[in-house]
Design a protein around this ligand. Structure first.
Ligand code: R5P
Length: 330
């Protein structure tokens, strides 16, 4: 049985929530959903490009939340986040929880070839060294990244956001993973939609950085409406190849869904592709510049993250949040 969460409990003076510039819109909406003030961060950029970020209000002995993402420009955003965490640590914040809706460098999670770095681990080390005491992420590219940290990491499941949306459409979809690595994620989404045995997997091979080749489709998509579900759309190459392969196998409607829509090569390739019916992403990164595209639907994480932040403030379970969120959206 889901617990009723008391919104007023979140109005607690020991908590301060900041939104970094690149996540300000989402941060504002989270604040509205839990009736809590979101504070901006003062930022100075020096002539040589160095940054200085700091808080205008005291954080002494407080529990601080930073809503942020480290998408493009990845390196600047990471550095700004680290500098801000450092400023909070030196201002005597008691706890610093980084609500990192997109984790840049997550895809560099292992040595894929000799002499390569594991940058996802380096980022984890940097966050801890700066002073983070907890990380809340959503759909980390590889859930094992949680283990790169010696502090708690909540890797939230985006499937709850997508299942709420797809359920509301009253249609049947076959969920398709664009590669073998995403099969578990696709299966979980399919199970939340109550058609768990019907998934398909694209047999994809990486041929170089940001390049891939499709070898085939495992599963039956003929005459079905499909949702290709990935964690990240970066250049869009993986997904567009997958769309073509599914159409060749007789798929009817093709919806593309991904938690993190980076769209590094813009959105035109989707808008102008007759085989793509719709693209659904979350606001884990900012999409203000893409709002006029007709095929793009953006699902907000605000309510969900609001509930998660409340659960942290109120010391209650995140599992209950999943239930509560699911029930509110049935
Ligand atoms: C790869 O393993 C990820 O899950 C995504 O499929 C990939 O990062 C998407 O990149 P792109 O859009 O550049 O093909």
């Amino acid at each position: 049985m889901a617990k009723i969460i008391n919104l007023n409990m979140a109005n607690n003076n020991d908590t301060v929530i900041f939104g970094l510039e690149n996540s300000w819109e989402l941060a504002k909406n989270i604040g509205l959903s839990i009736n809590k003030e979101i504070h901006p961060v003062t930022k100075v950029t020096f002539a040589d490009g160095e940054r200085l970020l700091s808080s205008e209000i005291t954080t002494r002995n407080k529990s601080v939340y930073i809503i942020c993402n480290t998408a493009k420009p990845v390196n600047d955003n990471i550095m700004e986040l680290l500098i801000f965490i450092d400023s909070l640590k030196r201002a005597s914040a008691k706890y610093i929880t980084v609500v990192m809706t997109y984790y840049g460098y997550a895809r560099q999670d292992r040595k894929a070839a000799g002499r390569q770095p594991i940058s996802a681990k380096l980022i984890a080390d940097l966050l801890e060294t700066a002073g983070a005491t907890k990380v809340i992420a959503i759909d980390l590219h590889n859930p094992s990244i949680q283990g790169f940290f010696n502090i708690p990491v909540d890797d939230l499941r985006g499937q709850f956001i997508f299942s709420a949306e797809l359920r509301s459409r009253k249609e049947n979809f076959v969920i398709v993973s664009p590669d073998h690595g995403g099969a578990v994620r696709a299966r979980q989404l399919s199970e939340l939609l109550d058609h768990g045995d019907e998934i398909a997997i694209i047999d994809k091979r990486r041929t170089g950085p940001n390049q891939s080749e499709i070898m085939g489709v495992l599963g039956n998509v003929k005459d079905k409406n499909v949702v290709i579900y990935d964690d990240i759309i970066d250049t869009g190459g993986t997904i567009i190849h997958a769309v073509k392969a599914l159409k060749e196998q007789g798929a009817k409607k093709v919806i593309v869904a991904a938690t993190h829509g980076l769209f590094s090569k813009g959105f035109d390739m989707f808008e102008n592709d007759k085989d793509v019916d719709e693209v659904i992403v979350t606001d884990s990164v900012n999409h203000d510049h893409l709002k006029n595209y007709k095929k793009l639907k953006i699902l907000s994480l605000a309510k969900f993250l609001g509930l998660v932040i409340e659960a942290n403030i109120n010391k209650t379970s995140i599992t209950d949040v999943y239930y509560a969120y699911g029930q509110r959206h049935k």
